[in-house]
Design a binder for this molecule. Structure first.
Ligand SMILES: CC(C)(COP(=O)(O)OP(=O)(O)OC[C@H]1O[C@@H](n2cnc3c(N)ncnc32)[C@H](O)[C@@H]1OP(=O)(O)O)[C@@H](O)C(=O)NCCC(=O)NCCS
Length: 224
């Protein structure tokens, strides 16, 4: 992604940079330390080395599109935050990945049901849309507005790339608040306790009763 909103851009103690192939290892290490540990779905389901490897494999398939970017702390040179984005178009062929963890098919099924509950192409009359797939800030840099700033830049970049629809699925109340601030509207919601696996068995009954994941949409045609 070659945008001056990202490459060479600075905000406070951070500089932004698009994720290139040579960064994949460092980005996945950041996600293991931050997103895999603290994203609510991973907390509810538990994290194992197999599960982390499955997530690494899945995320690598998104990083190759060149749309993701990171924030680097100018002082420590550590990756402070990462945004992973996806371009979605009709008949897109997703790589078939063989999971090693028994958790992975369950979580994948849960999110597939949520995604399938709204046909974004039909509902919004578009041939393509963008998804903000992961928003992650390292524990050392949280609570100072970095996720909000990265989200703002992601939306601006996608607008410049001529997407009219952006989808974002939220599991974390803090990031959900960011989406609401930028005008994302909920189109579907599922509570963890209602989640069933492909065999029809509940598998997240131990989640808090009010914990949920919601799919939201920003229609940029309405904000012109
Ligand atoms: C969610 C996450 C990306 C937020 O990053 P962040 O840089 O701390 O977020 P910001 O500083 O931009 O804050 C966003 C909002 O959450 C609020 N917030 C953040 N941390 C908070 C905390 N510990 N307690 C209360 N509110 C908090 C902020 O006040 C802000 O809301 P406001 O603008 O109404 O004040 C980060 O916590 C994270 O990486 N979590 C683990 C991965 C995850 O769950 N990702 C999102 C999946 S949908």
């Amino acid at each position: 992604m070659d945008s001056d909103l990202i490459n060479g851009a600075e905000w406070g103690n951070f500089e932004f940079k698009s994720v290139q192939e040579k960064d994949f290892g460092a980005v996945l290490t950041h996600l293991r330390d931050s997103f895999y540990k603290d994203e609510p779905t991973q907390i509810v389901m538990g994290m194992t080395e197999d599960r982390a490897n499955d997530l690494d494999d899945r995320i690598r398939t998104f990083l190759v599109n060149g749309m993701s970017f990171m924030a680097i702390c100018k002082v420590t040179r550590k990756i402070a935050g990462v945004v992973v984005m996806e371009d979605c178009f009709k008949d897109k062929k997703y790589p078939v990945l063989t999971p090693t963890s028994p958790i992975t098919p369950k979580v994948r099924h849960f999110f597939t049901i949520l995604e399938d509950s709204v046909n974004i192409f039909e509902k919004y009359g578009v041939e393509k849309y963008a998804a903000i797939f992961i928003l992650s800030v390292h524990q050392d840099f949280r609570g100072c507005g970095l996720a909000t700033e990265m989200f703002r830049r992601a939306v601006q970049v996608l607008k410049l790339m001529s997407y009219s629809i952006i989808e974002c699925t939220f599991s974390n109340p803090f990031s959900r608040r960011i989406g609401e601030k930028f005008g994302f509207i909920e189109v579907s919601r599922t509570k963890y306790v209602d989640a069933k696996d492909a065999q029809g068995n509940f598998f997240m009954l131990h989640a808090k009763p009010d914990q949920f994941v919601n799919m939201t949409i920003l229609d940029l045609r309405e904000t012109q």
